[in-house]
Design a protein around this ligand. Structure first.
Ligand SMILES: C[S@@+](CC[C@H](N)C(=O)[O-])C[C@H]1O[C@@H](n2cnc3c(N)ncnc32)[C@H](O)[C@@H]1O
Length: 230
């Protein structure tokens, strides 16, 4: 544990920062005291334990550091997370949404096993071993309306997968956040062309791209879109 001064993020609820502007570090308050999730640094400040949130490991952290206009985090947010992997980003969402639920869909057995082991002491994560392409399959595991769908699946038809899930689960004024890796969609085309194609799919289906944020600094060939139904 090191001595670092932690303060509230000026915008995002339950997100904390340290350091000067331009060199900010992000943190969340550790719901599972004393335990690390992915080798992240633990910081004790004024009797509270925080976990450093690594933007090179989590595209959501990268997005926050790129200062989006939209504000989408709250203590009671219910989130459908597609592509949970072993739960790096899910664990920080779990710290933030203390009275919400993070429904965490992942189809790789090995990853979800790790997710379950790591999150057994966290009450607001529901791991779902399933394929995000077939949202009807996990309807029985989802028992609240969904405020936010967060998708990070690195699949060729990412926008379509996101839309199918939105049609099933996203509430009227809910938001979709989608991390798009151009290389997973088309490794030959220029990234900008691939991003434009995916945006077109979303817009054609009646969604507005509120923000398109380049996170290349932290994750090569990635943008993050913040999307809302028209
Ligand atoms: C880039 S990783 C996600 C990292 C994670 N979002 C994080 O920040 O901790 C992508 C994950 O999506 C999963 N995935 C890919 N296609 C999927 C699908 N159709 N259904 C469910 N999971 C999928 C992969 O197995 C992989 O674990």
């Amino acid at each position: 544990m090191s001595k670092i001064e932690i303060r509230n993020h000026p915008k995002f609820f339950n997100v904390f920062i340290s350091g000067p502007k331009g060199k900010l570090k992000l943190y969340t308050r550790n719901l599972d005291k004393g335990n690390r999730f992915y080798g992240e640094k633990l910081v004790l400040y004024k009797g509270i334990e925080y976990r450093e949130w690594d933007p090179y490991r989590s595209k959501l952290a990268a997005l926050l550091l790129e200062r989006p206009i939209s504000n989408f985090l709250s203590e009671d947010i219910n989130c459908l997370y597609l592509g949970a992997s072993s739960g790096t980003t899910v664990s920080h969402l779990s710290d933030i949404a203390k009275s919400g639920v993070i429904y965490s869909v992942e189809f790789a057995e090995r990853s979800i096993r790790q997710l379950i082991q790591n999150t057994s002491r966290r009450k607001n994560i529901i791991p779902i071993l399933d394929d995000a392409r077939y949202p009807q399959n996990y309807a029985k595991s989802i028992f609240s309306s969904i405020d936010l769908i967060y998708q990070d699946v690195s699949q060729p038809n990412q926008a379509e997968i996101a839309l199918t899930n939105c049609n099933y689960y996203l509430k009227e004024n809910g938001l979709l956040i989608i991390a798009i890796k151009s290389q997973s969609i088309d490794s030959i085309q220029k990234s900008e062309v691939v991003y434009a194609q995916e945006k077109k799919v979303l817009e054609k289906a009646g969604y507005n791209i509120l923000e398109s944020i380049n996170i290349h600094k932290y994750a090569a060939n990635h943008i993050v879109l913040i999307v809302k139904r028209k």
